[in-house]
Design a protein around this ligand. Structure first.
Ligand code: FES
Length: 325
């Protein structure tokens, strides 16, 4: 297969070689890789990810999976997104011996360093960072529960293995058997005081969990999320205008395009990272207009205030937004 070229301006990039590529669920493939130069992967902590170059200028993030008893390994699991931009299909096409570039490990979803219980909630392929967290929590003797939600048995990657590795700590929820999605509100209602919650999955799951957390008025500092979903266009999306406060320039953002895409193509310099409403780096002040929030960063109170927006995913409910740029 063809590989993207070496990232010319990225001296940090690591060349990795695929050791194994294994189908573990529908349509999920596990890849184990190692640095081509024989060195160890730079140190990383539970919840860390690598960004792999899947095309020239395109990098996809995949969480590193560490299982109990193994040294730091470059193990990832990739769900093939047939309607996506092609990055997951590229990763699914890799076979042993193929080489790929990655940026050094980075962690935007780190475990707290306390001693209290942890509740790990995974939706689909969102379980990958939580596996590494469970491994670390078990090694440190911390109390934890790992709840895995999947559409059906065929999609439940790692479920049996994790139940064996962490006896008595893993709960599997299958939507087709239960007749609906994981009841996250009940999980949060049962959480003991002092529990830290880690939720990784699609946006509706994160939003439902955050709403249940807020309803109990529990501390924001004990609620941790990572989004595992590409931003989606939503039915009824309308074009809207964005005004740049510092220059007065006005751009029109059509359905299917993000504010970042439109502003960048108009020559506006922006700072961003995840492009899925998860990391918070693109957060921008709103001076006028009403944001349509689609991130998982802002709290309910911040959403209500309407003075901040994540321009990688969020849109507008008003005809124009004036941004503090
Ligand atoms: S770039 Fe990460 S939230 Fe927008």
């Amino acid at each position: 297969m063809s590989h993207p070229g070496q990232p010319g301006d990225d001296a940090q990039a690591i060349a990795l070689e695929v050791v194994t590529a294994t189908e573990i669920a529908d349509p999920i493939r596990e890849l184990v890789l190692r640095p081509v130069n024989g060195a160890a992967l730079p140190a990383f902590t539970p919840g860390a990810h690598l960004r792999f170059q899947v095309a020239d200028g395109q990098w996809n993030a995949y969480s590193l999976i560490t299982l109990p008893g193994e040294a730091a390994t470059c193990r990832i699991a990739v769900r093939r997104e047939d309607a996506g931009a092609g990055g997951s299909r590229f990763m699914h096409g890799l076979k042993p011996g193929d080489r790929v570039w990655a940026q050094p490990p980075r962690n935007d979803f780190a475990l707290d360093d306390g001693a209290g219980p942890a509740l790990l909630i995974a939706g689909g392929i969102g379980l990958t960072p939580l596996i590494s967290m469970a491994t670390d929590l078990a090694a440190r003797g911390r109390d934890f529960r790992l709840v895995l939600a999947a559409r059906n048995r065929a999609a439940a990657a790692y479920a049996d293995r994790l139940a064996d590795l962490f006896p008595g700590r893993v709960t599997l929820h299958l939507d087709d058997v239960a007749g609906g999605p994981l009841p996250v509100a009940a999980l949060i209602a049962d959480a003991a005081p002092g529990t830290h919650v880690y939720v990784c999955g699609p946006r509706p799951m994160i939003e439902a969990t955050r709403a249940a957390w807020a309803a109990r008025a529990l501390p924001d500092a004990q609620f941790h999320t990572e989004l595992f979903d590409a931003p989606q266009a939503e039915a009824g999306d309308q074009p809207f205008e964005v005004e740049i406060a510092s220059t007065g320039q006005v751009f029109t953002v059509p359905p299917g395009k993000t504010i970042i895409e439109v502003l960048e193509s108009g020559g506006v310099d922006l700072v961003y990272d995840c492009q899925r409403g998860d990391c918070g780096i693109c957060q921008t002040g709103v001076l006028e207009g009403i944001p349509d929030h689609r991130d998982v960063v802002l709290s309910p109170a911040e959403r209500e205030a309407g003075t901040l927006i994540h321009i990688c995913v969020s849109r507008a409910k008003s005809p124009r937004l004036k941004l503090d740029l």
